[in-house]
Each structure stands twice: as structure tokens, then as C-alpha cells.
Design a binder for this molecule. Structure first.
Ligand code: FPP
Length: 249
């Protein structure tokens, strides 16, 4: 499928290599329509499909979606059950298509907290899409940025206490090697839907210099065109990483 925006993206230079997304607004979308919250999550699953296909079409190499936070475990058990059910459905329904598209799926987070059935579906989509070379899709499930950092710090402290690691050698690269995103570039672009201006405990280390695009669109209504708009917005930014503009100073 072609689109004018996609054509403009091609003409506008570098595409973000890694795009991260906070998918927000499922509940509000459902409430606005007098529907139960889980109906918003179900519709949100279609938006996930749109985002994945759009990112692949635009030439994004890594797409990281915040699908379930550690804090989300505090939601009513019926909503947690619905979200886990959707995750299983997505893993089972999309596996073959993602494989066909060359999308390699990784599921990252505190996965020991998932029930056995969900864990199995998750393992199956990871296994079934391994080796895909068109794009890497990270589904962050039972994930929290602070918890990720604590895990990394604990692992480093264990190695230092055991004499395997010199504390003075700990630098960005050593710490990054202990994060779920080890080996990946930091996100270039973060998209957040539903107009909220928060990071919400997502990729706290990795987002240090990420460009942020907030759209008022609620996640269930997010389409690949919204993703293309975000990429175009990114292409118009000047990234300085804390330095001055080229030619200045
Ligand atoms: C935030 O909306 C969204 C979530 C907590 C879950 C995201 C899940 C999906 C998009 C569907 C399934 C995902 C996959 C990968 C199959 P919210 O409920 O916080 O919305 P609100 O802020 O309007 O209440």
C-alpha cells in the first residue's frame, strides 16, 4: 500500500531507526462509546497491526510497544484477564503474518509474572518469528523502566561483589548491556497517544535524547498514517544531543 505521506518520508531524509510507542487511550475510547474498557483494548489490537505495518513500510528497524506496565497489574483482575487474552490472541493470530513480513518479535519484561498459557503463546511467537530481517518488534509486557534499572544495578552489584567486575569500569555500555534492550540503539522517536505529556516509567535510561511526538489521537484510532505523520515530524527536528548546532560557537 502506498501513501503520499510515505512518499514524503522517502524524500525527507533519515527515518528514525528505533521508534518507541506508549499506546494510551484505550479505556477513554471505550467509555466515550459506552463500551466496556476491554472493547477499547480489543480495538487497540488492530492499531498495533497498523503501527507494525506502517513502521515496516516507513523503513523503521526497531519498533518498541509498551503493551503492559508493571503498574497495570494493579488494574481489576477482569481487565488484566482481558489484556492477557488479547496478548494470547495476538500471538496466535499474527505469528504467521509477522513471519511472512519478516518481523522478528521479542517480548521483554518481568515475564515470570505471566500465567502459563500466556507465557506459552509469547514463547511461540518469539520462536516462530525468529530470524525475521525486515524489522524487530519489541513488545514490552509487565515492564517498568525503574524495575529494569534496578535489575541491572543488582546484576552489576552481584558481579562486583563476586570480584568479576571492577566498579570503576561501569560505564554507559556496561549498564546498557544489562537492560532488556541490550544491543539495540536508543529510540530516536517516542510516540505517545491520547495527548498525555508523560513518560510513565517507560525506557527511562534509553529515552535520554529521544525526540517526543504526542498526538491527541486515542490508541484504538491510531493508523499507519498517524505513524507516518510522527516520522515526518521527527524528520523536521534538529537533534543536538546536548551539543550546539553545527557551525555555532
Ligand atoms: C493504555 O490504555 C493501554 C494499555 C494499558 C494496554 C495496551 C494494549 C493494547 C493496545 C492491546 C493489546 C496489545 C497487544 C500487543 C496485543 P488505557 O487503558 O490506559 O486507556 P485510558 O488511559 O484511556 O484509560
Amino acid at each position: 500500500m502506498s501513501s503520499d505521506t510515505l512518499e514524503r518520508i522517502r524524500l525527507c531524509g533519515a527515518v528514525p531507526q528505533h521508534v518507541a510507542v506508549i499506546m494510551d487511550g484505550n479505556g477513554r475510547w471505550a467509555v466515550q462509546r459506552g463500551l466496556p474498557r476491554h472493547a477499547g483494548h480489543r480495538q487497540g489490537m488492530n492499531a498495533v497491526r497498523e503501527a507494525v505495518e506502517g513502521a515496516r513500510q516507513a523503513g523503521v528497524e526497531v519498533l518498541t510497544l509498551f503493551a503492559f506496565s508493571t503498574e497495570n497489574w494493579q488494574r481489576p483482575s477482569s481487565e488484566i484477564g482481558a489484556l492477557m487474552g488479547l496478548l494470547r490472541l495476538y500471538a496466535e493470530k499474527e505469528k504467521r503474518e509477522l513471519k511472512r513480513q519478516g518481523v522478528e518479535v521479542h517480548v521483554l519484561g518481568e515475564l515470570h509474572r505471566l500465567d502459563e498459557g500466556t507465557r506459552k503463546s509469547v514463547d511461540a511467537i518469539v520462536e516462530g518469528t525468529r530470524g525475521g530481517e525486515a524489522m524487530r518488534l519489541n513488545l514490552m509486557i509487565s515492564y517498568s523502566g525503574r524495575e529494569e534499572l534496578l535489575r541491572a544495578v543488582r546484576a552489576l552489584a552481584r558481579d562486583a561483589a563476586a570480584g568479576r567486575l571492577d566498579p570503576e569500569s561501569i560505564d554507559d555500555e556496561v549498564l546498557e548491556g544489562r537492560l532488556f534492550t541490550a544491543g539495540l540503539p536508543d529510540p530516536d522517536l517516542l510516540i505517545r497517544t491520547s495527548g498525555e505529556l508523560r513518560i510513565s516509567n517507560f525506557l527511562l535510561w534509553q529515552l535520554a535524547y529521544t525526540e517526543i511526538h504526542v498526538t491527541p489521537v486515542l490508541w484504538p484510532e491510531f493508523t499507519r498514517e498517524h505513524l507516518f505523520d510522527a516520522v515526518l515530524d521527527y524528520q523536521g527536528r534538529e537533534r543536538r544531543f546536548g551539543r550546539v548546532t553545527a557551525g555555532e560557537g
